[in-house]
Ligand binder design. Structure first.
Ligand code: UDP
Length: 323
C-alpha cells in the first residue's frame, strides 16, 4: 500500500511517516517546508518538495505513484494568527486543500484522512465533547477546518471520495525513541513551552488566565500523545480500505488537565524548577475542552497507549533535552 502524506515534514506528519515506514507501507511525503523540516522525514520515505497551489506537482506525483490513501496534515495551526490573518488561513487551510482534493478526484485517488480539530466546536455547550456536539467555531482556524469537513461530505456525495476527519484535541509528546518531536517556530503550545522554561531555554512560562471557571482557575485541555494520534490515523485508513463509509472521530484521552496541573506534572517529571508568570487570558481560549472518544474506540478498536500525562511530558522532555 502506498500512502501520500501531505505535510509529512511537520510535527504530527513526521511521526505519522515514521509509523507508516515502520509498518512496511510505501510512503511519499509532499511538503513545502514552510514550517516543516526536511530532516524530520525519516529514511525510507520519498520526499517531494511542493506546495498545494502547484497542481502540476501533485498531478505528476499521482501519475507516477498509485496512491492507496492520502493523509493531509499541511495546515497553519495558530488560532491567534488566524484572527489577525484570516486570508492566510483560508487560502492555505481551505483553498489549497480543495486544490488537493480536486487533483485526487481527477486522478481517482480515494481514501482521505483529514486533520481536523476541536476548534470546530467553539465554546463547548457540553463536556465531554462527542462528534455530534454543535459546530460553532469562533475563529478563522476552526471555521476553515469545519469548512473542509463540509467540503469532504459534499465530495463524497458527488464524487465518491471517502474520507475520515479526525478532530484532535491537544496533540502533545514526542517519539518515544527520541528521534522526532515538536519544532514549531515560534512555539506556542503549552507543553513544549513549559519544558523550555524547565530547561532554561525560556525564562518562564506565562499562564494565560487564572480566573476561568475551573477548579484552579486555569484552562483545562485533553492532551493526547502524538503516537496515539498517529495510530488512530492508520486505523482510520485501514477502515476505509476495508470498505467503510466516510466518517468523523474526536480524538482525545477523555481526561482534562489544567495548565497548572501540566506545570506541576512537568516539574515532577523533570525535577527542575519552572518559573511561572501569570498573565491575561488568551483571546478565544475556551475554559475546558475534553473529548468523548468512545466512537473511535468502538469503531476503530483504538486504545491510547500513552494516556498518562507524565508519560506524554516525559517523551517531550526527552526531545527537549536531546543533545
Ligand atoms: N497556555 C498558556 N501559556 C502558554 C501557552 C498556552 O497558559 O504559553 C494555555 C492556553 O491558554 C490553553 C492551554 O495552555 O489553555 C493549551 O494551549 P495550547 O496553545 O498548547 O493548545 P490549544 O488548546 O490552544 O490548542
Amino acid at each position: 500500500m502506498h500512502v501520500l502524506v501531505v505535510g509529512g515534514a511537520g510535527y504530527i506528519g513526521s511521526h505519522m511517516v515514521k509509523l507508516l515506514v515502520q509498518r512496511g507501507f510505501e510512503v511519499t511525503v509532499l511538503d513545502n517546508l514552510s514550517t516543516g523540516h526536511r530532516d524530520a522525514v525519516v529514511e525510507g520515505a520519498q520526499f517531494v518538495l511542493g506546495d498545494l497551489f502547484e497542481r502540476d506537482i501533485m498531478e505528476e506525483a499521482c501519475r507516477e505513484c498509485r496512491f492507496d490513501g492520502v493523509i493531509h496534515f499541511a495546515s497553519y495551526i495558530q488560532v491567534g494568527e488566524s484572527v489577525r490573518e484570516p486570508a492566510k488561513y483560508y487560502r492555505n487551510n481551505v483553498f489549497k486543500t480543495q486544490n488537493l482534493l480536486d487533483v485526487l478526484v481527477a486522478r481517482r485517488v480515494n481514501n482521505f484522512i483529514f486533520s481536523s480539530t476541536a476548534a470546530i466546536f467553539g465554546e463547548p455547550v457540553r463536556i465531554p465533547i462527542d462528534e455530534e456536539h454543535p459546530k460553532l467555531p469562533i475563529n478563522p482556524y476552526g471555521r476553515g477546518k469545519w469548512m473542509v469537513e463540509q467540503i469532504l461530505e459534499d465530495y463524497d456525495t458527488a464524487y465518491g471520495l471517502k474520507s475520515v476527519c479526525l478532530r484532535y484535541f491537544n496533540a502533545a509528546g514526542a517519539d518515544p525513541e527520541g528521534q522526532l518531536g515538536e519544532r514549531h517556530d515560534p512555539e506556542t503550545h503549552l507543553i513544549p513551552l513549559v519544558l523550555q522554561a524547565a530547561s532554561g531555554r525560556q525564562p518562564h512560562i506565562t499562564v494565560f488566565g487564572q480566573d476561568y471557571d475551573t477548579p484552579d482557575g486555569t484552562c483545562i485541555r485533553d492532551y493526547i500523545h502524538i503516537n496515539d494520534l498517529c495510530e488512530a490515523h492508520l486505523l482510520a485508513l485501514q477502515r476505509l480500505w476495508d470498505g467503510a463509509d466516510s466518517t468523523v472521530y474526536n480524538l482525545g484521552n477523555g481526561n482534562g488537565f489544567s495548565v497548572q496541573e501540566v506545570i506541576e506534572t512537568a516539574h515532577a517529571v523533570t525535577g527542575r524548577d519552572i518559573p511561572v508568570h501569570y498573565g491575561e487570558r488568551r483571546p478565544g481560549d475556551p475554559a475546558r475542552l475534553v473529548a468523548d472518544s468512545r466512537k473511535a474506540k468502538a469503531e476503530l478498536a483504538w486504545e491510547p497507549r500513552y494516556a498518562d500525562l507524565a508519560t506524554i511530558i516525559a517523551h517531550a522532555w526527552q526531545w527537549e533535552t536531546r543533545s
